[in-house]
Design a protein around this ligand. Structure first.
Ligand code: ADP
Length: 396
């Protein structure tokens, strides 16, 4: 069983593995959580068994345990055919997946100033995997790469030019792998060539972003220098008045503390005061919880505004596409969002919106809708596996 591709996604205290065959079908997933803590744990989903992980296990140990677990289940032979890594920030250096060598690793390291919480930990996973499988071609797939086609008028902030020139302060955008998958899959469903497909793709998970894709290229997206900009998210604020920084400084909240609040204590959680889980939020709102109702309303209104804003980058719209845990599952969010956009001609078909089979993609728009509206389950791991297979087998 050597014809498998391994996908590695390293978070600060977690490690996710995906195993795919050459047809890019998922064979198994592995997850290690709470790494570095006393109660670190790991499991492989195919049998639900928990694996033994030493207390305070690090990423290297977790990787070894998960790989051994996959071998014990005969899912992985000596080594995989290729390995794909999710890397958050590729700066302006990477416009496509890159075969990992020492130079590419050094460049990812240089991009770490743009994503200090993510790139170093992505590199930890890359180094651990290279140590374990020194012979196997490994490919980095960047969250930012798909958005490198943004025109300057979409990526420049209204700031002094030197911030961009000296420090790379510009809009980069994230979730690129998911938005790219949305492009490919909606092109299939619409029977169009990806390069001739124009969509607005809304990825609504814990993190949320929306992208305008014009003839196969990302031309505007809601996240910016960091994944904090744009839509209201689970715990992130999305857009705020930049004047807030100085205002709160005068109240004794410094930039570091504010950064933490904007990332971890804001969004749906901050507004509702109780949860960032959309299922619970909708239930609370329906029970008359005023803060939960307002959180839902702010989330949907901000999203509707951004759908309108994305129109400025398109000359044709082949479909509006929803994905991510919320986008795929919450008929309520889709309904409340599109209720703001009647003027643009979006119209849902209520039955289809509530009872869609979302696995491979489904149309939820009314026949009278000016634009098709689709729900598609995202599959970032499959995109990473494909990149690893294509680039890796060229060089393996
Ligand atoms: P992540 O960005 O961490 O991958 P997901 O894409 O899994 O997150 O999305 C998580 C969000 O999806 C949560 O807000 C969760 O409440 C929401 N969600 C998942 N299933 C449903 C559902 N059936 N109805 C409404 N929201 C859902």
């Amino acid at each position: 069983m050597d014809d498998v591709i391994l996908v590695v996604n390293c978070g600060s205290s977690s490690l996710k593995l995906g195993l795919f065959n050459r047809d890019l079908e998922s064979l198994a997933t592995g997850l290690a959580e709470r790494l570095g803590q006393d109660d670190a744990r790991a499991e492989i989903d195919s049998n639900g068994k928990t694996l033994d992980l030493p207390a305070k296990a690090d990423h290297q140990q977790a990787l070894e345990v998960l790989v051994q677990g996959l071998r014990d289940q005969d899912l992985l032979g000596e080594q995989p055919l290729a390995i794909g890594h999710r890397v958050v920030h590729g700066g302006e250096a990477f416009t496509a997946p890159a075969l990992l060598d020492d130079d590419v690793i050094a460049t990812i390291d240089r991009c770490a100033s743009l994503a200090p919480l993510h790139n170093p930990v992505n590199l930890t996973g890359i180094r651990a995997t290279r140590k374990l499988f020194p012979e196997v071609p490994q490919v980095a797939v960047f969250d930012t790469a798909f958005h490198q086609t943004l025109p300057a008028h979409a990526y420049l902030y209204g700031l002094p030019r030197r911030f961009y020139e000296d420090w790379g302060v510009r809009r980069y955008g994230f979730h690129g792998t998911s938005h790219y998958y949305m492009l490919r899959r909606s092109a299939e469903l619409l029977e169009r060539e990806p390069g001739q497909t124009s969509i607005i793709s809304a990825h609504l998970g814990n993190g949320c972003s929306i992208t305008a894709i014009r003839d196969g290229r990302s031309v505007d997206t809601s996240m910016g220098l960091t994944p904090l900009e744009g839509l209201v998210m689970g715990t992130r604020s999305g857009d705020i008045d930049p004047g807030l920084v100085a205002f709160l400084d005068r109240k004794g909240i410094d930039a570091g503390e504010l950064d933490r609040i904007l990332n971890r204590e804001s969004g749906l959680l901050g507004l509702s005061g109780s949860t960032n889980d959309m299922r619970k939020l909708v239930a609370l709102a329906d029970d008359g919880d005023r803060a939960a109702g307002q959180a839902l309303a702010v989330f949907c209104f901000r999203l509707a505004r951004y759908i309108g804003a994305m129109m400025a980058s398109l000359d044709r719209l082949d479909a509006l596409v929803f994905t991510g845990g919320i986008g795929e599952n919450s008929a309520r969010v889709r309904q409340d969002t599109l209720a703001h956009l009647g003027l643009l001609g979006f119209r849902l078909e209520p039955d289809a919106n509530h009872h869609h089979g979302h696995k491979s993609g489904h149309r939820i728009s009314h026949d009278d809708s000016r634009f098709p509206i689709l729900v598609i389950a995202t599959n970032e791991e499959a995109v990473i596996a494909r990149a690893a297979l294509e680039q890796g087998s060229d060089h393996g």
